[in-house]
Design a protein. Structure first.
Length: 323
């Protein structure tokens, strides 16, 4: 019997996109992190597919998707997700993003609020300047040559074996090294290496993460937000969870103990329970152009939003909804 979670392909704008899709019901879009692929969601996909249509793509430049000389910006990825959903006849979605995929999820919600029901962020980027030294290194000119040379055989075999061995130690600092090993192996392909560097360069430089969504985080007031972190995250520190509360006061935030950068893999059952409860307890956001316009005009000034929505509505704006 064919595994419903196997890789499928569709060509969009001339580029082959890989994805996994299973289940039926309301749609969940699962977005992986930098250098990873859709397989990162396999520990939770089958269970989620009991109640939802679960779509997990390999982002362009990652996994089995094509790796062209193309647009690897957050906006470009958000457009690609809109197109993939449209091809599958999915109009609205709860979007779940891990790490770099969290940045794509926030960008998707920003560009397409009418198609976003809820946002779940997992160890997400885009909420502060701190990020691991290795990701910053990828943006340094010439770093691709160094990484490419280190990923050649036979050194690659020695390094990946060592990383996977270390990941089995009961230490917080080594917990995620099996994932690091997989990313390191993918860098043997110069196209994948170039794509990851291009994507990283759109949001990070050698000093810090310079692109964040904090200036637009007040817009999250119009839709439910869940944030999950691992306490021992050495890629994007769990202190960024406090940023979620500071900028999106309606957000529900959870920090997992004994978890690193991949809480959905470290604690899949707990992750699934939190996500299902979040969806059950929060009705889908309903996009309203008048309310969106008012929030954009007034920014993060709740007292100005107390004015009845009708005063800022235009023909066709519809009825005011949740603030």
């Amino acid at each position: 019997m064919t595994d419903p979670g196997q890789i499928q392909f569709v060509v969009v704008h001339g580029h082959r996109r890989a994805y996994r899709m299973m289940g039926s019901g309301p749609a969940l879009l699962l977005l992986h992190g930098l250098g990873c692929d859709s397989s990162t969601w396999l520990p939770v996909m089958h269970k989620l597919a009991e109640d939802f249509t679960v779509l997990a793509p390999d982002l362009l430049g990652h996994g089995e998707s094509d790796k062209p000389d193309a647009d690897y910006s957050l906006g470009g990825y958000a457009n690609g997700m809109r197109d993939l959903l449209t091809i599958h006849g999915i109009d609205k979605v709860t979007v779940v993003g891990h790490s770099f995929g969290g940045g794509v999820a926030m960008q998707f919600a920003y560009q397409f609020p009418e198609r976003t029901e809820r946002i779940a962020l997992v160890s997400t980027g885009g909420l502060g300047p701190e990020v691991s030294p290795f990701i910053r290194f990828l943006t340094v000119p010439g770093s691709g040559i160094v990484v490419g040379a280190s990923a050649r055989r036979p050194l690659r075999i020695v390094v990946t074996t060592a990383l996977r061995g270390l990941s089995r130690l009961p230490l917080a600092a080594t917990r995620d090294l099996d994932e690091v090993a997989a990313i390191y192996e993918s860098f043997a392909d110069p196209r994948a290496r170039r794509a990851v560097q291009r994507a990283a360069g759109h949001v990070v430089n050698w000093r810090r993460q310079y692109v964040t969504m904090t200036d637009r985080a007040y817009l999250a007031r119009l839709m439910p937000v869940l944030a999950i972190w691992g306490k021992d995250d050495f890629v994007i520190p769990s202190s960024h969870a406090e940023t979620v509360n500071a900028y999106a006061t309606n957000a529900e935030v959870h920090v997992f103990d004994k978890s690193g950068h991949f809480p959905h893999k470290d604690h899949p059952d707990e992750f699934i329970a939190l996500l299902l409860a979040f969806i059950e307890e929060n009705k889908p956001a309903h996009y309203n152009r008048g309310r969106w316009r008012a929030l954009l005009r007034h920014g993060d000034q709740p007292e100005l939003l107390a004015v009845p929505a009708e005063s800022s509505m235009q023909p066709g704006d519809g009825v005011a909804v949740r603030v």
